[in-house]
Design a protein around this ligand. Sequence first.
Ligand SMILES: Nc1ncnc2c1ncn2[C@@H]1O[C@H](COP(=O)(O)OP(=O)(O)OP(=O)(O)O)[C@@H](O)[C@H]1O
Ligand SMILES: [Mg+2]
Length: 387
Amino acid sequence: MNSSNPDGTTGAPAQKRTAVQIRGLRKVYRTRARNVVGVDHVDLDVNAGELVVLLGPSGCGKTTLLRSVAGLETPDEGEITIDGKLVFSSSKKRYLPPEDRHLGMMFQSYALWPHMTVFQNVSYPLTSLDPAARGDVRGRVHDVLTRLGVAGFEERFPSELSGGQQQRVALARALIGKPSVILFDEPLSNVDAKVRRRLRAQLRDLKHETKFSGIYVTHDQEEAMELADTLAVMDSGRIKQLGSSRQVYEKPNSLYVAGFVGEVNQWPAEIVQVGPSVVHAKTNFGTFEVHCANSEMQIGQKGVLAIRPERVDVGAVGAAVADPAPRVRGTVREVVFLGARCEVRIELPGAEVMAWLFEAVSHRSPPVAGSPIDVIFEPGSLQWLDA
Ligand SMILES: Nc1ncnc2c1ncn2[C@@H]1O[C@H](COP(=O)(O)OP(=O)(O)OP(=O)(O)O)[C@@H](O)[C@H]1O
Ligand SMILES: [Mg+2]
């Protein structure tokens, strides 16, 4: 009998094709002084049509992971499969060179070749194809440059283009061979904020149109959240959390991840009561109920109570309170107007809290520095995080 799937269909669930599969990947750099772990036992799947963004601080292993997939680095342990083909295996002693992995690449360090024209740069990946697979090279170059808004520059050299135009030409070069997987290593870090925003939007459009799969490395949190189908937050060669941008932002599994994707208020806290799905966490300025799925929590456990600043509101002292939201009395220390929002820094007994207020939404004027105020935590938004 066929089993029933969660979507109501019967039979075997449809298998998502895996574009890149990484298992147990480890890379150690052996320098004269000491061994440096670049990537430490990483498992990662990139499904067809999915863009996985690796986000993490400098030195956490993003480039090492990407270069290992590209074949530019030889890992010490693990396996890498691209489009069902085993391209690296330490145990099976298999290593396929980069040119046989059929990947598109757009690396910051792989800037355009300065001695080649735009046409020569963009058409270069086609030269490794059989003549039959190359097709009409001029036509293909023209199509991809048109799509990216840089047609007409074919005979120019990279030094005769703006930074944004160069990045678009580099993207054209990554796309022209219609690779099923594209690797990006901080491709937009050399262009100014405005151009970067435009290129990101263009990249999202391209992804909808061409459905390429990819791994995209950045340490820009906004860029990561904007582009990621799946976000992988890395630390010291390991993936700390994997999920959609929303999952990672709203349900970070550690203080490290919470602080890496966005701002977060955090206070040292101790568990003083444990219930079936809630715990009570004690801080300097009060004890708060926190929803908690982890059933292993113990009384006396130390950690951090956290809340995003946009989940903190303020209310006039003494105003009638209808909702059950937790409140704490504080004093406004500073109000900073940032256009779309006001950042309000409030002093609490033995602590400080940041609230982001969106005046256009609340239709209220901002609080005044020095005045007493009630801090209101949005129900369900306080989180317990292991330090
Ligand atoms: N060729 C190398 N020889 C020795 N150590 C290296 C080499 N390349 C990288 N490392 C080390 O491996 C670790 C990971 O480096 P990697 O370049 O992957 O980091 P990253 O996350 O890409 O950082 P960034 O954001 O600065 O580009 C770092 O500690 C780095 O110093
Ligand atoms: Mg890097």
